[in-house]
Design a protein around this ligand. Structure first.
Ligand SMILES: Cc1cc2nc3c(=O)[nH]c(=O)nc-3n(C[C@H](O)[C@H](O)[C@H](O)COP(=O)(O)OP(=O)(O)OC[C@H]3O[C@@H](n4cnc5c(N)ncnc54)[C@H](O)[C@@H]3O)c2cc1C
Length: 661
């Protein structure tokens, strides 16, 4: 038998598909994979839910060598051996999998989920887990009675993750749609960023679409290019590409009451302006792509090479150069370890220290057993995703809720869980810089964890800052001069290259002219305090849907993929409501918008984001008011976004059923 051996840090295991392996060889592989997940798979493959009671008892949760946040399950060895022996026989073809119970009923699903995560799973989570784990595709709540009318055509602006997902869902439901994308490739963030070390810092098993699980991730946290490859493949596999007009930038959107359509002004790469219209517009332009630079600096004064981290030229050779990285956020942390050994001197200009979660030693390549099982053991991918979702989502919610009593005696944490995160990060600081009190002081944040995005050490960030040729400067950048950067303490830092890793300005659509009913501009309506109903709809802007709106990004856990799936489900349901009622326009009722936001603000008030202390963060507007994070538990937000409450909308200018006007 020919064997292809997988390159992996984990012990070498046979990598061939099950049909080419003996049951003993499969058993050898499965011995290293998660036990409870194997049992859950066996239950599904056999349709025999009694196996949970037979083999589940005595299952324990143990530290996971490959992922800090998520324990690994271990069954009593005698049970584990029976399960993997059974599975290996099924997989090797000695018996045919029944697959009678591809999706267990709620009670069985819940018992299996509880075994897999090692915790109680309340009933309210089950529908979400079924979808988010990839067992069930996002499905309509309002029944689809037939194809939507041709006149209800959809324009999607942007072909990043959000736009791609909106396109897939619009296509599935039969809408005529066009995606307008200014670049020549899809991917957005993951297409635009090429800097050394660019990577996703949400686990690969989770940061993807639930309806398109990828069994082939090679790393627990994918490199940017691997993630981009996932998106490109998805677009091609789903036939979305032919609906995308590349090299086409949306310049403005104007609602016309005359024809009840959005009038879209587009600009091609030659600068030529074109007009088109659509009944419905979905904005998917992202909010982390308008480059930000420190104010009041004459950057052009610099005589050397300078660029924003988003504009990194992969051919750039920094060998022997004196390089500045201005900024100490996620991007800086990914770049620094990759270039420190190449440059002659590296200076990191840090405005404010971030909380940095250390990289866990095992969190590199996906182990050989998991890779095999993800690819070859039916349902292993879904149960693994369910488990990681569980540990990365509302399990972390308590960490962002303010405990006023706790805060009376703790300046830099808001509750006990939040303090635990702080202690974990402090340990990383002391272990890395304990020999250097000045560095400990520089790297220790003076605000609670989660006030701003917690960063993950990609591996080697703190180590890199300990190198002889690295320096962290905390004195403010006050001037750019031909030779380099001058800081507030009067020091000149001589440089050859300046990388502005200074992030993005949160735009929330303010870079475009978007005019709704009566010509009202969205920028005027929102001012500095954007608000939307469920983060998606704004009164006065009929048939306009936002995929990354205000107070919609889950900031205590999860990833943006969650928001895109949940908000797009909602958008599709709104369209179905229009189809059901034969309506040409759908607009959220102002009273419903206001009531929703009043409730949302109450929950927000008890969150970390109203208690950020000194943290500088794009989560807040200039007045210090949170505008980005969703204060809800993910399960609550997901549930709210299942389908619209009809009476919260105005259809064709008249109140919907049960509505107020
Ligand atoms: C370096 C980096 C790392 C990140 N890591 C993570 C992570 O680990 N986990 C996580 O959850 N999130 C992460 N994010 C956030 C990330 O941006 C989102 O997860 C997600 O990729 C955003 O998708 P999007 O489609 O909303 O926006 P984008 O990816 O920004 O895509 C928007 C698209 O719209 C196009 N567009 C914009 N304006 C126009 C216009 N006027 N006309 C036509 N097209 C237009 C753009 O060209 C782009 O293709 C990261 C962001 C950055 C910058």
């Amino acid at each position: 038998m020919t064997r292809v051996r997988e390159q992996s840090a984990a012990p070498e295991l046979p990598w061939a598909p099950p049909a080419e392996l003996t049951p003993e060889e499969i058993e050898e592989i499965l011995a290293q994979a998660d036990h409870a997940i194997q049992l859950a798979c066996l239950v599904q493959l056999t349709g025999d839910d009694s196996l949970l009671a037979t083999y589940g008892p005595g299952t324990t949760q143990e530290p996971n060598p490959t992922m800090r946040l998520m324990p690994r399950t271990a069954m009593p060895e005698v049970n584990a051996r029976v399960v993997r022996s059974w599975l290996s026989k099924l997989l090797a073809g000695d018996a045919t999998p029944q697959v009678e119970l591809p999706l267990p009923d709620d009670a069985t699903f819940r018992r299996a989920a509880e075994l897999v995560v090692g915790q109680g799973v309340p009933q309210e989570f089950l529908p979400l887990l079924r979808e988010q784990a990839g067992f069930e595709p996002p499905h309509p709540v309002r029944p689809i009675t037939g194809p939507p009318p041709e006149t209800l055509d959809v324009a999607i602006i942007g072909a990043g993750m959000a736009g791609i997902n909106a396109a897939v869902q619009a296509q599935r439901r039969g809408y005529r749609y066009t995606v307008y994308e200014r670049h020549h490739e899809v991917g957005g963030t993951w297409h635009e960023h090429n800097y050394p070390g660019v990577a996703v810092d949400t686990p690969s098993l989770y940061y993807s679409f639930s309806y398109e699980l990828n069994p082939n991730w090679t790393h627990y946290y994918p490199a940017g290019e691997d993630y981009q490859a996932y998106l490109v493949k998805l677009v091609d596999d789903y036939g979305v590409r032919e609906h995308i007009r590349f090299g086409t930038e949306m310049v403005s959107l104007r609602w016309s009451d005359g024809d009840q359509r959005w009038h879209i002004t587009l600009r091609g790469e030659d600068g030529a302006v074109q007009e088109t219209t659509a009944a419905v517009v979905v904005t998917a332009v992202g909010y982390l792509n308008a480059q930000s630079f420190p104010a009041n600096l004459d950057r052009e004064a610099f005589a050397g090479l300078q660029f924003h981290s988003q504009d990194w030229d992969p051919a750039l050779d920094l060998t022997g150069k004196r390089v500045a990285i201005v900024g100490a956020g996620a991007t800086s942390m990914q770049i620094v370890p990759r270039i420190v050994d190449q440059v002659s001197h590296l200076t990191v200009f840090q405005r404010q220290a971030h909380w940095v979660v250390p990289k866990f030693s095992g969190e590199k390549e996906v182990g050989a057993a998991d890779r095999w099982a993800l690819r070859h053991l039916p349902f292993y991918n879904q149960w693994s995703r369910l488990k990681i979702y569980w540990y990365l989502s509302d399990n972390l919610y308590p960490n962002v809720r303010a405990d006023k009593e706790w805060m009376e005696t703790h300046e830099f944490s808001i509750n006990q869980g939040n303090e635990r995160v702080r202690q974990l990060c402090l340990k990383h600081i002391y272990e890395s810089f304990g020999h250097d009190p000045e560095m400990v002081a520089k790297m220790t944040p003076d605000h609670p964890p989660n006030s701003k995005r917690i960063n993950k050490d990609p591996g080697g960030y703190y180590d890199a800052l300990n190198r002889e040729n690295a320096l962290v400067v905390t004195s403010a950048v006050t001037e750019v001069v031909p030779e380099g950067i001058v800081t507030a303490d009067g020091e000149l830092h001589e440089l050859d290259v300046i990388v502005w890793a200074t992030g993005y300005t949160l735009k929330f659509l303010s870079q475009f002219e978007i005019r709704g009913r009566d010509g009202a501009a969205l920028t005027d309506v929102w001012g500095d305090a954007p608000s939307a109903y469920l983060g998606v709809s704004v009164p006065g802007f009929p048939n306009l849907f936002i995929t990354s709106g205000p107070h919609a990004s889950t900031a205590h856990g999860g990833g943006q993929n969650f928001l895109f799936e949940a908000s797009t489900q909602y958008i599709m349901e709104c369209l179905q409501l229009m189809v059901d009622r034969g309506a040409r326009t759908l607009e959220v009722d102002r009273a419903a918008h206001d009531a929703y936001n009043a409730g949302m603000e109450q929950v927000l008030a008890g969150s970390i984001w109203c208690n950020t202390g000194t943290a500088h963060t794009y989560y807040l507007n200039k007045q210090g008011r949170p505008i980005l994070p969703s204060p809800w538990r993910m399960v609550d937000f997901w549930t709210k976004l299942r389908t619209p409450v009809e009476e919260h909308f105005v259809l064709d200018g008249a109140p919907a059923r049960g509505g107020r006007r």
